[in-house]
Write a protein that binds this ligand. Sequence first.
Ligand code: GDP
Ligand code: MG
Length: 265
Amino acid sequence: IAGYVGIDTLQEQIRKKVLKRGFEFNIMVVGRSGLGKSTLINTLFKANVSLRSCSKSEEKVEIAKTTHVKSVSHVIEEKGVRLRLTVTDTPGFGDQINNDKCWLPVLDYINEQYENYLSEEQSVSRKKHIPDTRIHCCLYFIAPTGHSLSPLDIEFMRRLDRCVNIVPVIAKADTLTVEERTDFKQREMLPFAVVGSNQQYPVNGRTVYGRRTQWGLVEVENKGHCEFSDLRDMLIRTHMQDLVEVTRSVHYENFRHERLASRRG
Ligand code: GDP
Ligand code: MG
């Protein structure tokens, strides 16, 4: 082609470079015990987190004996694309009678990752690629009480919203009536009403994840039953890169700015 320079090949060059390194995505789950956090994460990544993926569990600092933080990493590979997924759980959050300041260990953990990243960035012999442990997305589980948000929910979101991407979900949405769910969603800003399950059942010749009840099967991936697949699409198929980008350019940048300003001041 006359005048053709070949800039369009950049796309392929970038693609190859990114594929070689792989992606890193770090999710944190927060919410009271028994709200289905572990189940939902399993359901989200089950198909992909197979036995051959290496999984490493390490116990992170336990703060004040109540809420502690624990991370598990998986390497998932699909069609030549490698994703290192780390799920950070916060067992104990909101389980006490007095939940005053129980968001603090969560906030501390998030800031600690920013701090580590910052010190790597500033080290004299800095790595070509700094391992990213910053939390890109915090899935916040709201109890399906039908009474909207609790004071702790509000406190948590108010405190953490400026430090991390929060995606609120209504846990165990199958336990709400349709009216309660609609009412909830009308009052709050868009929480995904989700259902998780580790059990599979046959439906019309297919096998689907679901919860069997006396009155029928709740299919996890059926959009008529709950918003699990909307959440999964948002997290994995449409917005993963956005969540990573916002973490880097907004939340981390805020942290860095405050940190450096306070050192000078
Ligand atoms: P976690 O403590 O938040 O990690 O909660 P788990 O994932 O361990 O789940 C606690 C219990 O709730 C288990 O018995 C699950 O089978 C059940 N469960 C998980 N997800 C759902 C859901 O979407 N709907 C209902 N009804 N039960 C659920
Ligand atoms: Mg759990």
